[in-house]
Ligand binder design. Structure first.
Ligand SMILES: [Zn+2]
Length: 394
């Protein structure tokens, strides 16, 4: 997969796809706001996170994933661009190398109307293993009696092939279309189109269809959760629960300083163009929200633990209030059972006990000044901390 390295394959516990992608993003922008969820688009936790976005990029190879993108566009007015690739080969020769790009938007026909959903594959994805084997048996029994068994089982789906050059091509194109749509710079040429990189003129093929008047996608536009009953697909109970992975957004101020320096020198400017304006830099509110969610604590529970009104937490998370005093940040982090340093570094405030320690002790202040003059990097501070702890133990 794009962004993975040889050493990743050697790991005993391989990283998840989202973790590898998080690493790639962080290497480009250490302050990018990243939420890593190992889950499915049909999980409510995932939906909640997606609904914070302006546009989704889908690279789903599942039927239910496609169907859900249509539901989300129609019911929550959240558009998406979905890409897919497929290859076919015969006798050692590639016969097809196809990229498909499709846009979903509240006013456009859904994946069902467009004929993007294979009903057999969709039901296969949602079944339990038990159900699958039962259906195989019933189909075999029917065939034995001379009855067409396909009503029960159409056969196992062919394995999906992943082709690096095609997926990277499709993903880059979709990212460009997304950027242009968000900035109003350009539209896509068609709602849905396919091309084959091995054919003359790329075999360009627009696949546009009108909305099916009987489809629910045109009836419940903007109904959000009220349209749950109209969703084309919902999460089967036997699927594993989603998991929000440790938030990787917290970085040391030092890494950010290095990043800023690189930016000033013009390095990686092209790649970072979008967030030079600061749109993707994690604010205090965003970091707080991610931290709270990663600990599975609701705003109300956190507010109760800290002893503040829950609307206060909500305002903080939406950055409608400036970050609180350092001591409140400490209390919040304590309630979330988490180290306060990353959040504190965003507020630029120092907890009162640390302040007292520094102002009441000239030697301590001198020590910090000395460290400042030496321009210690965060790795130096880490080493210093370890040395101090060793000295204390010894
Ligand atoms: Zn439809």
């Amino acid at each position: 997969m794009h962004g993975s390295r040889f050493e990743d394959a050697l790991q005993k516990a391989p990283a998840t796809k989202v973790e590898l992608l998080a690493r790639l993003i962080r290497e480009i922008n250490p302050r990018a706001r990243i939420t890593c969820i190992q889950g499915n688009i049909l999980d409510d936790v995932v939906l909640d996170a997606l609904l914070e976005c302006d546009l989704l990029l889908g690279c789903t190879d599942s039927q239910h994933g496609r169907a859900a993108l249509g539901d989300i566009a129609a019911h929550y007015l959240l558009p998406s661009i979905d890409v897919g690739v497929t290859v076919a080969a015969k006798a050692g020769k590639l016969k097809a190398q196809i990229v498909e790009i499709c846009r979903h938007s509240p006013q456009l026909p859904c994946p069902f109307c467009l004929g993007r959903i294979d009903a057999n594959l969709l039901s296969f994805e949602l079944m339990t293993e038990e159900e699958r084997s039962q259906r195989r048996q019933v189909a075999a029994a029917a065939e034995a009696e001379g009855i067409d068994g396909r009503a029960y089982w159409v056969g196992d789906p062919a394995p999906e092939l992943t082709v690096g050059y095609l997926t990277t091509l499709a993903g880059s194109l979709a990212a460009g279309y997304a950027e242009n749509l968000l900035m109003g710079a350009a539209e896509m040429p068609h709602q849905r189109f396919q091309f084959d990189v091995g054919l003359p003129r790329f075999g360009f093929n627009p696949v546009e269809k009108p909305r099916n008047p009987d489809c629910s996608c045109g009836k419940t536009i903007g109904y959000a959760d009220q349209a749950r009953a109209d969703r084309s697909v919902s999460r089967p109970a036997h699927w594993p629960q989603p998991r929000i992975l440790e938030s990787p957004s917290a970085v040391s101020p030092c890494a950010c300083a290095e990043f800023q320096k690189k930016l000033k020198n013009g390095v990686e400017y092209q790649l970072n163009m979008l967030y030079v304006g600061g749109t993707m830099e994690a604010t205090f509110g965003q970091m707080l929200r991610e931290l709270r969610r990663s600990k599975n604590v609701s705003q109300r529970d956190l507010a109760a633990k800290v002893g503040v009104d829950f609307s206060y937490i909500s305002k903080l998370e939406n950055d409608r209030l400036p970050p609180p005093a350092a001591d409140t940040v400490m209390k919040i982090c304590q309630a979330l059972d988490s180290e306060p340093d990353a959040l504190l570094s965003v507020t630029g405030k120092v907890p009162s006990d640390v302040k007292e320690m520094l102002t009441g002790n000239p030697s301590a202040l001198q020590f910090v000044r000395e460290a400042q003059r030496m321009g210690l990097a965060s790795s130096d501070w880490d080493r210093l901390g370890r040395t101090l702890r060793r000295l204390r133990k010894g």
